[in-house]
Design a protein around this ligand. Structure first.
Ligand SMILES: Nc1ncnc2c1ncn2[C@@H]1O[C@H](COP(=O)(O)OP(=O)(O)O)[C@@H](O)[C@H]1O
Ligand SMILES: [Mg+2]
Length: 262
């Protein structure tokens, strides 16, 4: 193929892909998605449609610094949360390495920014899966493709497309019981999955009418990571601080640490 032919071919493919994406999103959404994400991300999104994972994309439910979360639907009409990582900033890249290097699962870290974000997304997927299989309440992981993670959508009861509130926004009615649940999850996670969340706080726990769901698993590290213990201590501190503020008579960080690690 000559260069001109190649260019025409590529433009033609782009046109076809855009048409396909237009079928699963309304025009406004497609426009914003195109503004925010690069072509490879759009291609990955389209792959997920092609594979029958995603059927319709609805609007954005959260736009953080590093990722955006969308409400979508699978072909059976089940709600999905689609978390799409933005291509990395230098700052995020620097921050990420701390949670990757040293984890025995990722010994050959690739430092290329795009590869690194793919790795991060895959890591979040694997962490979610591990936590899910251990019986901790997390969004059910469904698929990961490049920088896109697809999982169960945790909605507000009877309100499709609205995420349940975070613990931060909706403190539990029975804080003693909620603390117990979270500590039991941490114990299970550490002892059965050999995993520490490493970003646990009231900002990464959803409260669906009293049911606590732990989200945002990208930072979680496996036993063997040199900061494993330190991250566990920090998670314990964050959780205890929050419940202390709610007026719960909380145990000491040391006591909880000893209990979790025996
Ligand atoms: N599975 C999910 N179902 C519904 N909403 C979600 C889900 N995962 C994340 N969200 C929403 O997106 C927000 C950001 O998600 P999170 O994974 O914490 O990413 P980050 O904090 O890195 O931006 C959450 O606070 C929540 O409102
Ligand atoms: Mg978060």
């Amino acid at each position: 193929m000559s260069d001109i032919e190649k260019r025409i071919h590529r433009l033609e493919r782009m046109r076809i892909e855009r048409e396909r994406l237009a079928r699963i999103m309304d025009e406004d959404l497609l426009e914003t998605v195109e503004e925010v994400f690069d072509r490879l991300t759009l291609l990955s999104l389209y792959d997920l449609v092609n594979d029958g994972v995603i059927d319709v994309m609805h609007g954005v439910v959260s736009s953080g610094k590093e990722a955006r979360v969308y409400w979508a639907e699978d072909p059976e009409g089940n709600d999905l949360a689609v978390k799409i990582y933005l291509t990395v900033t230098a700052e995020f890249r620097h921050g990420m390495l701390k949670y990757i290097e040293g984890d025995p699962r990722f010994q050959h870290v690739r430092r290329h920014p795009r590869k690194l974000i793919y790795l991060w997304c895959r890591k979040e997927f694997r962490n979610l899966k591990l936590a899910y299989e251990t019986g901790i309440r997390v969004p059910k992981p469904i698929a990961a493709r490049n920088n896109i993670l697809v999982m169960e959508f945790i909605n507000q009861p009877n309100e499709r497309g609205r995420p349940a509130p975070l613990l931060r926004e909706a403190p539990p009615e029975d804080p003693e019981e909620a603390l117990e649940v979270l500590l039991r999850y941490m114990h299970k996670l550490y002892n059965e999955a050999e995993l520490v969340h490493a970003d646990l706080s009231e900002y990464n726990v959803m409260n669906r009418e009293g049911e606590l769901i732990i989200i945002d698993w990208g930072s979680a590290v496996k036993k063997g990571h040199p900061m494993f213990t330190e991250f566990l201590l920090r998670d314990i501190r964050n959780v205890l601080r929050f419940f202390h503020k709610l007026g719960v008579k909380v145990p000491s960080v040391r006591e909880v640490f000893e209990w979790i690690t025996h």
